[in-house]
Write a protein that binds this ligand. Structure first.
Ligand SMILES: Nc1ncnc2c1ncn2[C@@H]1O[C@H](COP(=O)(O)OP(=O)(O)O)[C@@H](O)[C@H]1O
Ligand SMILES: [Mg+2]
Length: 343
């Protein structure tokens, strides 16, 4: 790939310090992806600038004006602490006519709301568990007709398993009502209740705009789960390294998955990506029940691209080393045609 000027936009609190490359993973894990992207693009010979973004857009505009990046590598996942504003941030880049990596704003809005995205998936006939949306100011006293316990109670627009714990999976109307109230209060967000799918936890990494590249199916295993606990990637699993280690979390290439099933999962992932109008790259999370039925759980735009995380490892399995993956992502960003280029 030709050498590019790349402006990496990160949250100011996740700006790697100047000596970050000399530090060990225990010190750098909070900003590992930011560091991996910066150091790898630099090693590849690109001219890289990293800007920490807080609550002010002026420095973003100034940096774009002076550095004139061929592409912004966008690692901003919220703004003013609001998750859904990540899409508005991309809108701002687009209004500046600045090419960027990752998803377009409309796709981000659609995929970023579990209620809206599931309505679209349902409409398109893409398998997803039965669900019901409870808006922030409504209450729910019993399970809607046609749905079956157990159900899992989630915040519509939050990432990173916010508010999710073992208590999120409920089996009675009383538990359901309590958990919905709790999620409304603690997350200040609409709530999605969804039938709980017992089974394997799978993910598919996807890159592209029109032509999509899908990587081998990845699996999450809970190898030392205490008796009675459910295998769910709740907040402790995602954010408490010791706890995750304790319940034996492992990820890797899905095992004993017949070729035809892998193809079916890939087809579902592509359909979900297209139905939500995504671009750039995303990770599709799925579950497969014991009968082999596939369900899309959610689609994560601008998924984690840390060098040793699932997305990058799946790409490596498909023959893309980490640098090649980042360049693939930048190529998708450069190739994406936003509306202003189509008028
Ligand atoms: N319908 C479901 N059936 C079984 N497990 C689920 C379901 N929905 C979510 N989970 C579990 O909860 C985790 C987090 O839910 P997810 O919808 O992916 O939200 P987040 O955006 O917080 O990652 C999933 O990785 C999975 O382990
Ligand atoms: Mg998820």
């Amino acid at each position: 790939m030709k050498k590019l000027r790349v402006l990496v936009l990160v949250h100011d609190v996740l700006l790697p310090p100047p000596d970050a490359e000399e530090l060990g993973p225990d010190d750098t894990y909070l900003y590992q992806m930011e560091l991996d992207v910066k150091s790898t693009l630099t090693e590849l010979g690109h001219e890289v600038k990293v800007l920490g973004v807080d609550d002010d857009l002026v420095p973003v505009k100034t940096a774009i004006g002076s550095f004139k990046p061929h592409i912004v590598f966008n690692i901003i996942t919220d703004f003013h602490d609001v998750t859904t504003y990540e899409a508005h941030f991309v809108s701002y880049l687009e209004l500046l006519k600045q090419p960027y990596t990752g998803c377009n704003p409309r796709g981000m809005v659609l995929a970023g709301d579990k209620g809206i995205s599931k309505k679209i998936l349902r409409h398109e006939g893409i398998p997803t568990p039965d669900f019901h949306v409870v808006p922030l100011r409504k209450r729910l006293s019993k399970l809607p007709p046609g749905m079956n316990y157990p159900v899992i109670v989630k915040a519509a627009t939050k990432h990173g398993s916010a508010g999710l714990s073992q208590a999120s999976v409920v089996k009675t109307d009383k538990q359901l009502q309590r958990r919905v109230d709790y999620m409304h209060r603690s997350q200040k967000d609409d709530v999605v209740i969804e039938e709980y799918i017992e089974g394997r936890e799978l993910t598919v990494a996807v890159v592209g705009n029109d032509r999509l590249e899908v990587f081998p199916v990845w699996e999450v295993w809970y190898t030392k789960l205490p008796k009675g606990a459910r295998p769910i990637a709740d907040a402790r699993v995602k954010w408490n390294v010791e706890y995750a280690h304790g319940i034996g979390i492992k990820t890797g290439r899905a095992r004993r998955l017949p070729e035809a099933k892998e193809q079916e999962i890939h087809a579902v992932a592509r359909r979900a990506y297209r139905a939500l109008d995504l671009s750039g790259y995303a990770r599709v999370d799925l579950r497969m029940d014991p009968d082999g039925n596939i369900f899309v759980i959610e689609v994560n735009t601008n998924a984690d691209l840390t060098a040793v995380e699932d997305f990058s490892e799946a790409a490596e399995h498909a023959g893309y080393d980490y640098g090649e993956l980042l360049e693939l992502v930048m190529r998708a960003g450069l190739a994406y045609k936003p509306a202003w280029q189509r008028v």
